[in-house]
Design a protein around this ligand. Structure first.
Ligand code: AMP
Length: 361
């Protein structure tokens, strides 16, 4: 495991006057780059050739490092180049989608904005649940095996991209039937069946609050909220029930985009406390806790109970709805504040205070 001391040594060799902010070209890269530029940093994009069109049409990347696949981040040559550009990497969802937690923790010798030690807590569903429970959050029930199913459950595949292959079942029999169907449709591999995570399906609406844990200010900020636009689940309501039955549709949750949201103000006290408590617990698990952005994935029921089913201890793509500003960022900062920029601002303040080592790992 790469230690904070090793990262501190790498940073010690950096030219801090020419610091760059880098990330993989996808997910929330435009958000991160725009924010970096607005705070005066250079930007570095690790990009696949076929995606370069994005960074040509939106010219926010000062340096583009072309790779044929993102696993090349593990190559010495690529890491050497990133360090030569004095890059601090901002990890987003594509990092954990293309590299394993072990690879990121053990083989990526470039300073990252964030806490590498927390990756282990985030990557493992059981550990994640323990973290959230210790923080006092309300979680959906989980079922260790399909025989225990006694309510509507959502079946989640490990490492499923965009919720592809998720399905619902309200009994053991229905679960077995669906598993068979999903295998036939090529959405599920036989060997993955044992790793399916069964969670109580909470009937309510999705709410994804975006937080920012500032190490410099020792505070958790609330920067915005989104909900997701998911295919095919958000399309099912447009098909009448009779035809739904005919085509025997199973909802999938592939994320296509995000929709900005404001909440009834009476939900804010609990959501704000949840953010504070998640960071307080994270500090105990792996000091200094979460560095920078994080997001809770919640469902709010009709009696306004908030259930949290996941945490992302990094920037989420949902924060892209706030590029420019969001109502909540506006309330605190006025115009032009959003997660990508808030990250750059934290790095800038850390530099000014001689505390850059406190925000990288
Ligand atoms: P995830 O991959 O865990 O983010 O889940 C993908 C989608 O499935 C979410 O955006 C929700 O729409 C839905 N979902 C996940 N878990 C639950 C749950 N316990 N209850 C209700 N809906 C859920």
């Amino acid at each position: 495991m790469i230690t904070r001391e090793e990262i501190s040594q790498l940073i010690a060799e950096y030219n801090l006057k020419r610091l760059a902010i880098g990330t993989i070209g996808s997910h929330s890269a435009l958000n991160i780059f725009k924010g970096a530029k607005e705070e005066g940093f250079k930007t570095v994009c690790i990009c696949r050739e076929s995606d370069t069109i994005v960074y040509k049409k939106f010219p926010l990347a000062d340096e583009i490092i072309i790779v044929s696949n993102f696993a090349e981040l593990l190559d010495d040559k690529v890491q050497e180049k990133l360090r030569r550009f004095n890059t601090i990497i901002v990890p987003h969802g594509s990092f954990t989608a293309y590299l394993s937690t072990e690879e990121l923790m053990n083989r990526f010798y470039v300073p990252m904005f964030g806490n590498r030690q927390l990756l282990r807590w985030e990557a493992d569903r059981e550990k994640q649940a323990e973290w959230l429970r210790r923080a006092g959050l309300r979680l959906p029930k989980t079922f260790k095996n399909p025989e225990e199913i006694n309510c509507l459950v959502i079946a989640k595949l490990p490492g499923a991209k965009g919720g592809r292959g998720y399905f619902l079942a309200n009994s053991t029999e229905a679960f077995q039937k669906k598993v068979g169907e999903m295998i036939r449709r090529g959405l599920l591999k036989k060997e993955d069946v044992a790793h399916i995570h069964l969670q109580e399906y909470v009937l309510g609406v999705n709410v994804y609050p975006h937080y920012f844990s500032s190490i410099i200010h020792d505070d958790v900020e609330f920067l915005g909220v989104d909900k997701r636009y998911e295919s095919a689940v958000d399309a099912i309501g447009r098909v009448p029930a009779a035809e739904q039955l005919e085509i025997d549709v199973s909802p999938t949750y592939t994320i296509v985009g995000n929709i900005p949201l404001t909440l009834r103000e009476s939900l804010l006290p609990e959501l704000l406390r949840m953010g504070d408590n998640v960071q307080k617990t994270a500090k105990e698990l792996a000091p200094p806790g979460i560095i920078g952005p994080f997001c809770l994935e919640t469902v709010v029921t009709d009696n306004l109970e908030i259930y949290t089913f996941e945490i992302s201890a990094r920037i989420v793509a949902g924060t892209n709805v706030g590029i420019g500003t969001s109502p909540y960022a506006y309330l605190k900062y006025g115009e032009k504040m959003y997660t990508g920029r808030r990250i750059a601002l934290e790095i800038k303040e850390a530099l000014r205070k001689g505390r850059i080592r406190d925000v990288v790992a």
